[in-house]
Ligand binder design. Structure first.
Ligand SMILES: N[C@@H](CCC(=O)N[C@@H](CS(=O)(=O)O)C(=O)NCC(=O)O)C(=O)O
Length: 218
């Protein structure tokens, strides 16, 4: 099976798919095509018509041309290629809890830090950031810091974001931590359970290799 993924190689959202690919042993079966976000290649009419209505990456293209263009959807597809849905859940309850916590990590951390990046910093540059609202961006950053504190409290009581095992939900929170690191958002040092979790998940080569990749500028 050959898969094609359009992404920015070190972007925090694409990193989540790359972690899942590594977890499933599929990294070698993927052809990656770099989409330069700083040049707005993800915002062209052609890209949005063919690949991503939202104008975002990553986008997965299957051999038959099928397009899947949301991180969680891509990971769900990958996790269902074999008979062990370790990332998205093996039972109905696990599937519900993992998706619940994945969305919470997105809505309370990664997406709000991304909104801060695009609104209250130069972001991808004036040619791409055609609308910015600095006040809204700062408001979302404060929400993201509250979100990180919430996950610190959660991780004082359980080893992983959705419970006792590593899952797609942990990958989502790793995405939030990567986004924070990429734009120098300081994670408060008193979030010791969060940092302990981050150290724990970095024991997985799939996660460590993404964190060690650093970030490319446009
Ligand atoms: N809802 C999308 C969000 C994807 C997303 O925001 N991707 C970023 C990539 S990166 O910033 O993590 O590298 C993007 O395309 N950003 C470009 C933009 O928002 O203009 C998903 O979950 O896949």
């Amino acid at each position: 099976m050959s898969l094609k993924i359009y992404d920015w190689p070190t972007g925090p959202f694409p990193a989540r798919v790359r972690i899942a690919l590594a977890e499933k042993g599929l990294l070698e079966q993927v052809q990656f095509e770099r989409i330069n976000l700083w040049k707005g290649e993800h915002k062209t009419a052609e890209f949005k018509a063919k690949l991503s209505y939202s104008g975002t990456v990553p986008v997965l293209e299957l051999e038959d041309g099928t397009i899947i263009a949301e991180v969680n959807a891509i990971i769900t597809f990958l996790d269902n290629l074999d008979d062990d849905q370790s990332l998205t859940g093996r039972t109905p309850a696990q599937k519900g809890i993992i998706l619940n916590m994945t969305r919470r990590a997105e809505l309370e951390v990664q997406e709000v830090i991304s909104t801060y990046f695009h609104n209250a910093t130069p972001g991808l540059g004036p040619d791409v950031e055609i609308y910015q609202n600095k006040e809204w961006g700062l408001y979302q950053l404060a929400k993201g810091l509250r979100g990180l504190r919430h996950f610190d409290e959660l991780l004082q009581k359980q080893p992983y974001v959705a419970g006792d095992e590593f899952s797609m939900a942990d990958i989502a929170l790793v995405g939030g931590m990567l986004f924070a690191a990429m734009i120098d958002v300081e994670v408060p040092s008193d979030l010791t359970a969060l940092f302990a979790w981050y150290k724990r998940v970095q024991e997985r080569p799939s996660v460590k290799q993404q964190i060690d990749r650093g970030f490319l500028d446009g």
